[in-house]
Write a protein that binds this ligand. Structure first.
Ligand code: SIN
Ligand code: MN
Length: 258
């Protein structure tokens, strides 16, 4: 599936595009059907919230689960990623972010490429995220907040926050965030399960805690150009992948008719 010229222009100008109905009810059932077993696993790839046993992030699921292995090469997400990045891509990072009802904690304001550059020595911001909502995302359950156009600021100064949540992050200071929001505002993409959301590696984003009784599960795939592979291997391979093999697109029905 290729994006229209208008969608590509929006990605370049605003730093993101929202695509409703990217995956259908049948496909969502397949994707969600795997979650209880994945979240029940005890392995280093599964990071839990500070508050206890609730899953914050399950990393690298596509390396050990066959449904998610197929998902990352689905034409509705891999083809747009190749189109937006302009070449072959591999997966730099994969995560299922639980943001569970009542327990899902904050994600501080940050740019993903800030971390990929500082920690992983990724040469350029030729990487991007694809998010697919596996639950409905509404105004109450901790939607992603993004700052439109902020990707144009390049890599902003950041501090390494190892305390606020159970996961260390290079985060932005309040003055920087306030200045960018004055210019670009805040958007919070919301929608039913199956909605898709592509965003640039330098787009400023974060998300508030989930105080609602509704889970907010989102799957994120970070695609990076194969000629932009990372050069530093400080973080575990399940967080910053070292397999730079280009991905090949699978058939459109690869989730429901494997
Ligand atoms: C992230 O920025 O990596 C995650 C944010 C979220 O899932 O709310
Ligand atoms: Mn992020």
């Amino acid at each position: 599936m290729l994006l229209s010229a208008e969608e590509v222009r929006q990605f370049e100008d605003e730093g993101f595009i929202f695509v409703p109905d990217l995956f259908n009810v049948e496909e969502l059932a397949v994707l969600k059907g795997e979650i209880p077993a994945i979240f029940a696993e005890r392995r280093p790839e599964i990071v839990r919230e500070k508050s206890g046993d609730v899953v914050r992030t399950a990393f690298a699921t596509h390396t050990y689960n066959d449904v998610y292995r197929r998902f990352v090469s689905h034409p509705r997400i891999l083809e747009p990623a190749r189109q937006l990045l302009g070449g072959d891509v591999y997966i730099h990072q994969f995560k299922l972010n639980g943001k569970a009802a009542f327990d899902g904690d904050v994600w501080q304001w940050h740019q993903d490429y800030g971390t990929w550059q500082r920690d992983d020595d990724m040469p350029e911001a030729r990487a991007m995220n694809l998010a697919v909502f596996l639950d409905e995302v509404n105004e109450f359950n901790g939607p992603l907040y993004i700052v439109p156009k902020s990707h144009k600021s390049g890599v902003l100064g950041a501090g390494h926050d190892v305390e606020t949540t159970s996961y260390p992050l290079w985060t932005l200071d309040q003055d920087t965030v306030a200045r960018l929001i004055e210019r670009g505002g805040i958007a919070a993409p919301k929608g039913p399960p199956g909605s898709g959301f592509f965003f640039h590696g330098t787009l400023v984003h974060g998300s508030p805690p989930n105080m609602s009784p509704w889970d907010r599960l989102i799957v994120y795939v970070t695609y990076n150009r194969t000629d932009n592979a990372i050069r530093r291997f400080k973080r575990p391979a399940y967080i910053a992948h070292r397999d730079f093999t280009p991905l090949s697109v699978l058939p459109d029905d690869c989730l429901t008719a494997p």
